[in-house]
Design a protein around this ligand. Structure first.
Ligand code: DGL
Length: 274
């Protein structure tokens, strides 16, 4: 691994740009190769086996792009495929997911508390967060709720309005999330509605910490690069934003997740399989 190699980030689609944005914020000198598997989204409703097959293939492509790090930005793919991708990549690159840094953060900050998580059906039913938090053998209670309406809601541009407030309120009012002290945003899309979630709890007079897994993984990546002297000291090359299926609507949505619209380039990653 060399410091001037890019950072590979992948997701089921465009939502993972929240993670890319968080990475660029703390590591502005790095260049990134982002890949959104728009041909297969959403991953949140896919089987574990399907997500594993996609993820390994994507990792192979990012290795060909000479990435020093492969960051699985998607919570659903982190749940389904982190171990497999890590094994596949071996020593050729460092693999990050969004779950392990978040679990580390909880271990350091939230002992003796009840922690909640919201995410896709895949993330919740795979139970990876639950298992990893249990393995800490600390007095942390964990509860999770699948909130599948939130991804399409945000992608349709429905946020910061009455409809989104109602849907968010309905989910957060679920008895499963009662008495939590912190809430993990376990999905690429949820940083977009972080302030609405905060407002909901403020209105309920509840002090709940919101844990943004995009920010958590970005900071973990920064520490890793610094510790291993892998921070890019040369001038950063240009970022690449790749997708497996291009539409103008995807390109337009990049603004929501990345803060500015970026050009998407379609690559024939799945054609080669045929
Ligand atoms: N990227 C997914 C995640 O973080 C959400 C979108 C999808 O279901 O593909 O779980």
């Amino acid at each position: 691994m060399k410091s001037n190699q890019p950072i590979g980030i992948f997701d089921s689609g465009i939502g993972g740009l929240t993670v890319a944005r968080a990475v660029k914020k703390v590591l502005p000198g790095e260049s990134i190769v982002y890949f959104g598997d728009t041909a297969h989204l959403p991953y949140g409703d896919k089987s574990t086996a399907a997500i594993q097959a996609y993820s390994v293939r994507i990792a192979e492509m990012l290795l060909k792009q000479k990435c020093k790090v492969i960051l699985i930005a998607c919570n659903s793919a982190s749940s389904a495929a982190y171990d497999l991708v890590t094994e596949y990549v071996g020593k050729k690159a460092k693999v990050f997911d969004v779950i392990n840094p978040t679990v580390d953060f909880i271990r350091e900050n939230y002992q003796d508390e009840k922690v909640g998580l919201i995410g896709t059906k895949q993330t919740v039913s795979a139970g990876v967060y639950a298992r990893k938090i249990e393995q800490l053998k600390q007095n942390i209670q964990f509860t999770s709720l699948a909130t599948p309406l939130l991804v399409p809601m945000i992608e349709e541009g429905i946020y910061d309005d009455e409809i989104s407030r109602n849907i968010i309120g309905k989910y957060l009012n679920d008895p499963l999330l009662e008495e939590i002290k912190s809430l993990i945003l376990g999905c690429t899309h949820y940083p977009i509605i972080k302030e609405e979630i905060r407002e909901y709890y403020t209105q309920q007079n509840k002090e709940i910490e919101i844990i943004d897994s995009a920010e958590t993984v970005a900071l973990a990546l920064k520490s890793f690069l610094e510790y291993h002297q892998l921070v890019n000291k040369e001038s950063a090359g240009s970022d690449q934003f790749l997708v497996s299926d291009f539409t103008e609507s995807f390109e337009h949505t990049t603004k929501t997740f990345f803060g500015k619209e970026v050009h998407l380039e379609q690559i024939p990653i799945w054609d080669e399989l045929g």
